[in-house]
Design a protein around this ligand. Sequence first.
Ligand code: TXA
Ligand code: MG
Length: 375
Amino acid sequence: MQTRVTKAEIVRSLPEPVVLPQEAAEIIRRGGLVAFPTETVYGLGADAFNEEACAKIYEAKGRPSDNPLIVHIAEYESILRLTDDRNPRMKALAESFWPGPLTMIVKRGRNSVPDAVTGGRDTVAVRWPSHPVAQALIRVAGGYIAAPSANRSGRPSPTKASHVIEDLDGRIDMIIDGGDTQVGLESTIVDLSEEEVRILRPGMIGAEEIARVLAAPEGVSQLPSAAAAEEAEEALAPGMKYTHYAPKGEMTLVSGDKEHVISYINRSASGTDKITGVISSEENAALYKADVIISCGSRTDGAAVAQRLYAALREMDARGAELIFCEDFSEADKTGAIANRLHKASGGRHVFAEADGRVRAKQNPGGGQRDGTAI
Ligand code: TXA
Ligand code: MG
């Protein structure tokens, strides 16, 4: 299959400000696959009501079939076809955060999307993205696009059209190039299908903001213990149990005081024949000695770090880094989304650097940023 790569044109002076590539919506309506930009990451879209088309998504991504897809909509009313629930929390969160980087899990309705989308679950994930190209495509293609992130399963989500080409060229019909995505990490997933509201995947919209809107009297509850979270994780967003976001090299996350982090990383990187990489804050980048050093922005600017993180992981692969060290960016990480992705990308390898180049394994890796936080 030949994959067409075309740019969407944004003409702000028009009433419909996006000129979609010709045929993009037509491909979706005919049951094909189109990758498109959203404000978070690129998505791989198919008609959410076409079972066969949705099955092709799993095939193209190499995605396990028990990992359900998010249905993308372009106006609030569309969710009312997907669920019979008229949960006031759903409306309240939509009013505050849609269109935007929030996905809601709601009970699946009688006339909702087929099993291929939900993995047979009795819930469905729904998001109204804010990116104008995504909105135009969804509208013109009929209102409901099922779309996971447009990467091969296990790789970091794509934040540039070139990342999608790397992973899916020849496997899908079209890629709409809308430039770099702005948020850079996937949407926050909040589960409204049970009495207790839970964050299944942290994103740039934080648990506290969500709790404020829901006016949960108890606010953000205590985090579950590590063991309880581990157990709960299996039953939560099924996608969170798979290896994720991982670069090909072995990555270690390094926490601690700045000078201890730098000295531990420099010592480790100099004592090996492997190609070494450091994912660093802008402030510290010049202080490292390694083969590949990539800065993700200021250590106090979470939005910049989130926006650049996946491109940095992919660039480590492109430059052949075999042993990668990464700062923890905890100062910038207001919602825990960065820690969550780094925890997964490093396969849980997380050390705390102390004086004289000593390290200890970090307790409760990922800190309080486990999936499944109850709010
Ligand atoms: O920002 C985003 O959310 C991006 C863009 C493209 O919208 N999409 C995205 O999709 O990250 P994906 O498929 O890579 O991640 C969706 C996650 C998976 O972990 C999946 O298991 C979970 O959502 N999910 C989907 N439906 C679910 C359901 N009914 N119950 C629980 N988890 C669900
Ligand atoms: Mg994904």
